[in-house]
Design a protein around this ligand. Structure first.
Ligand code: NDP
Ligand code: 2IT
Length: 444
């Protein structure tokens, strides 16, 4: 059996009942086969792939808190410190009822190679909880965040592990988490990113993932001889990534026809109105039915379904496995040119294969959504030098990083005989840097 297949079987056997983690590892290992074949003896001897798929550390903890009725609630907290070969662990925190160890491990694993692709010195980690912020009062969210940090603080630090936001964790949660970290440790340091602008946050971090996705998509289309201007797009999600993806798309002359949340989706023939969406989601934390009420021309559908809309571009920005094989078939039938992933692992493995084999340009998450974590690393730099850069300065750097990523993954794919397979290019380019650093640092 080949080394790649052996390692994959071992991962499945050692990590039972974690299908998302298996999926992420399978997708990655399949595409680095040509690199592994070239170095098989060395990699086997040093168990490089076994080490890479085994987190350096996994922390799981109890998070008790008191709700508004005086009832004690208990959630589970996680932080997986996956790989620190190229820098301190870096990656978001997700608060969502679906969170369990397998979700955090898939996200932490992806984060290693995404962070490597940014070209900045950040290792891979991820954390979160099965806590559901939906419907909770601000006081309940604060109580939860304070309890979560009361355990997490001992494992993190500006030079060891720097969490940030992800699903269910935005500016409000980062504020509560930061306040509690500072109170316990007495340290005013860049231990979290995505902070508010008055206490060490970076301009453009809020916008960075969505904006970065569009800078990436524009460049990817460009190297394929296409101009993004004038295209139409379907976006899923209505959170941080989706909102700023839609905003930047519109600035680039793209008409965005859809968005969605966990209960339904919107088709707006006039193009999604970002100000209305922000008011509904960022201010009121309400459902998309409220968007429909404010935009009578738009149509609201219950359930999932954005991918039935005929558009040039599909930008999944909600969650994992939200674009299935059936969706991929519909997109191809409707003449979709490119799918670029704003969310982490939003496209199932069979859907990805189908899209690639039918000539759809596919921009994989670990490259396409790297703008968020890249800007987090820029926030860390600003915190270290105790300065803050202008919006334009950060945005310029973000654009350059996303353009570099496109060219790096394109070159890596070509070098290993996989021209046009940007998923393979991203995995290979991300892996090579981490592998080199791990080998240089000995058996650790
Ligand atoms: P938010 O919590 O801000 O928004 C998530 C959006 O997706 C919401 O509209 C939510 O609906 C919807 N959603 C979440 N879970 C589901 C589900 N199970 N089914 C259907 N819809 C769902 O999160 P982000 O925008 O930050 O994250 C979106 C994706 O982007 C995630 O995959 C995340 O890992 C990834 N990502 C985020 C980065 C960041 O910087 N924030 C960076 C890189 C990737 P509702 O409004 O009903 O809650
Ligand atoms: O998936 C991701 O890259 C994020 N949620 C952002 C991580 C970060 O540290 O900014």
């Amino acid at each position: 059996m080949s080394y790649v297949d052996e390692v994959y079987e071992r991962v499945v056997a050692k990590n039972p009942a974690e299908p998302e983690f298996h999926q992420a590892v399978k997708e990655f290992l399949e595409s680095i086969r040509p690199v592994v074949d070239k170095h098989e003896e060395e990699y086997r001897k040093t168990a490089l792939l076994e080490r890479l798929t085994e987190p350096e550390r996994q922390i799981r903890f109890r998070v008790p808190w008191v709700d508004d009725k005086g009832q004690v609630q208990v959630n589970t907290g996680y932080r997986v410190q996956f790989n620190s070969a190229i820098g301190p662990y870096k990656g978001g925190l997700r608060f969502h009822p679906s969170v369990y160890l397998g979700i955090i491990k898939f996200l932490g694993f992806e984060q290693i190679f995404k962070n490597s692709l940014t070209g900045l010195p950040i290792g891979g980690g991820k954390g979160g909880s099965d806590f559901d912020p939906k419907g909770k009062s601000d006081r309940e969210v604060m109580a939860f965040c304070q309890s979560f940090m009361t355990e997490l603080y001992r494992h993190i630090g500006a030079d060891t592990d720097v969490p940030a936001g992800d699903i269910g964790v935005g500016g409000r949660e980062i504020g509560f988490l930061y306040g509690q970290y500072k109170r316990i440790t007495g340290l005013y340091e860049g231990v979290l990113t995505g902070k508010g602008l008055t206490y060490g946050g970076s301009l453009a971090r809020t916008e960075a993932t969505g904006y970065g996705l569009l800078y990436f998509t524009k460049e990817l289309l460009k190297i394929n001889g296409k101009d993004i201007k004038g295209m139409t797009a379907a976006v899923s999600g209505a959170g941080n990534v989706a909102i700023y993806a839609i905003q930047k798309a519109q600035q680039m002359g793209v008409k965005v026809l859809t968005c969605s949340d966990s209960t339904g989706w919107i088709y707006d023939p006039d193009g999604i109105d970002v100000a209305t969406l922000q008011e509904v989601k960022e201010v009121h934390r309400a459902r998309l039915t409220e968007y429909k009420a404010k935009r009578p021309n738009s149509v609201y559908h219950e359930g999932r379904g954005v991918w039935v809309t005929k558009t040039d571009l599909a930008l999944p920005c909600a969650t994992q496995n939200e674009l299935t094989l059936d969706d991929a078939k519909t997109l191809v039938e409707n003449g979709c040119i490119a799918v670029c992933e704003g969310a982490n692992m939003p496209t199932t493995l069979d859907a990805t294969e189908y899209l690639k084999s039918h000539g759809v340009i596919f921009g994989p998450a670990k490259a396409a959504n790297a703008g968020g974590v890249a800007t987090s690393a820029l926030e860390m730099s600003q915190n270290s030098e105790r300065l803050s850069w202008t919006f334009e300065e950060v945005d310029q750097k973000l654009q350059q990083i996303m353009i570099n990523i496109v060219h790096n993954i394109d070159n890596a794919a070509r070098e290993y005989g996989k021209e046009g397979d940007y998923a393979a290019g991203a995995n290979i380019a991300g892996f090579l840097k981490v592998a080199d650093a791990m080998q240089a640092q000995g058996i650790v």
